[in-house]
Design a protein around this ligand. Sequence first.
Ligand code: ADP
Ligand code: MG
Length: 650
Amino acid sequence: MIQIRDITKSYFMGNQTLPILKGVSLTIEDGDFVAIMGPSGSGKSTLMNILGLLDVPTTGSYLFNGKEISKQTEDELAAIRRVEIGFVFQQFNLLPRMSAEENVALPLIYSQKTTESLRPKQLLQQVGLGERIGHHTNELSGGQQQRVAIARSLVNNPKMILADEPTGNLDSVSTTEIMKTLKDLNAQGITIILVTHEEDIGAEAHRLIRMKDGIIFSDERKTPLVPQKKQPTINVDQNESKFSLAEIGSHFQQGFRTLAANKVRTALSMLGILIGVAAVVAMLALGKGAQQQIESQLSSLGSNLLVLRAGAIRIGGVAQESGATTRLSEDDAKALADNISTLKHVAPQVTGRGQITYASKNWSTQVLGTESPYAQMHASEPTKGRFFTNQESQTRARVAVIGTVLVKELFEDRNPIGEMIKINKVSFQVIGVLPEKGGGGFRNQDDTIIIPLSTAMHRLLGKLYVDSIELEVDKPENIDASQTSILAVMNQRHKVPESIQDEAFQILNLADIQAALSKTSQTMSLLLAVIAGISLVVGGIGIMNIMLVSVTERTREIGLRKAIGAKRKDILLQFLVESVVVSAIGGLSGILLGWLITVGLSAASGWSTSVSIESVMLSFFTSALIGVVFGVYPARKASLLNPIDALRFE
Ligand code: ADP
Ligand code: MG
């Protein structure tokens, strides 16, 4: 089974070479029971680790079932360890937080023999631990723990068991039990190689090898070798490249357990991701809400809208009150409507504050005087009642159309149509209710009252000129031409001198304002998202940090997993799953927190917010991705550890 020739092993300490094995040659037959004895430091463990494929010799040849070991890849070695060899350590090397049964079943994950779910139980019964199956390793005595370790070494039906001082940490009763177990296994045809200190244990072996200072100095056979039937060599399956669901499931379970065992640490490392995700969710919700609000307010303003105002003229560098030459009048509005064919509607406007009273109720609001086209220009056809007519405009009728805020404040949601109210002590009849535009803030569009322009100017506000003229252009492509025509008409009507024609009148283009506003709000959202994204990265670095700590802490566990046949990929996967679990749980709590913040903010401040399913999905998958990205480095670090170095790690 095993044939080694002139094996040497040296350790290099700085520039010094420490030869430990100085040319060992050995052949071990199938079915033998070999004891290796010798003083401490003579190289027994070093030899065992080489025999068990946990370590590689410096020079020499090692044939395992006729295969030269130095020509095998790391994963091929892992496969041989998994299938052919069971290793029993002096320190047991059981995993804490797992039951005896789970410890025994551990190698099955890597050999993907999930169908053999009964085998761990049977093996525990075989080593006399049938009653302790569900116990955790810290609830077992040393002898019991070692028997669990033996059961673990047997779970994949190995042909050989290597035991390095298996009874070194045990009392004499346990020692006898372990020896009996090993002898039983040998009787079933399993090759046993045992390192021991104790002469009486060595005496029970069929062959006794003594070592000293890195060489074999005696080798005696005490019991004749029972010739074994030539067992068919197990074909070590190299094609197990895919991960089974059971393995991934088991990693998830193990990941949750490790995290649960370090609750405070886990919570702290999740905090970064949690804050980051919460920030992303809340920021995106705020940004989206702001954008929606701007959009809805803008869309209620109507499209293709121009606003003409008197310009601020500077004479000698001093800003002048809009001069008489540039004051806007009702006639200007008429002239524009008559002369420019691309204008669909024209609505001159005046505004002022008004104190509205109805019965004992009192409300101060904005009064807007305009003409009937306003309703179409602003999509403000009353939902109840009607808008005033041209006729009413010309006759200075005292009729009013009111916003929903006034309905609520003055009429407490009763039907206001036909009721008489007073604006600044002048009586008006309510003839319509404006449609609700929504949106809060300092300029609530629903908190307004609209009356005919001439009524407002001459009966209420005492104004001789209009404040502005709103003009709706028929098609978007005519906007530029219309602006030029409007200025030409105005300059001509007001005989504006050439030198100040540029400044005499001012035209606001609402389409431009709309575009600028939504651009601004998009830029703001993007900026907020970037800031939130940075906090996600910081959270990811936190995860990486904690995973690195975890790798260091669990170096021995990694060594053990490799010793029982885990490949690099398996270790990589295990740590990746763990960091994804941390990130995903952090991410989920972050989504919840972000949502709560959003709801809280909009309740407290009245800001409109909107948590979108996209932003939730985005932040969840981002956090899982962060787990993968930032988990790769520690996971890779863990997977590259040499099994024996990892096992020796203190
Ligand atoms: P034992 O026969 O007691 O099992 P070992 O094989 O464990 O002896 O060790 C043999 C010698 O090799 C000891 O002197 C030990 O100090 C040395 N040794 C073992 N492992 C290392 C290592 N990783 N680096 C340097 N020296 C080592
Ligand atoms: Mg040793």
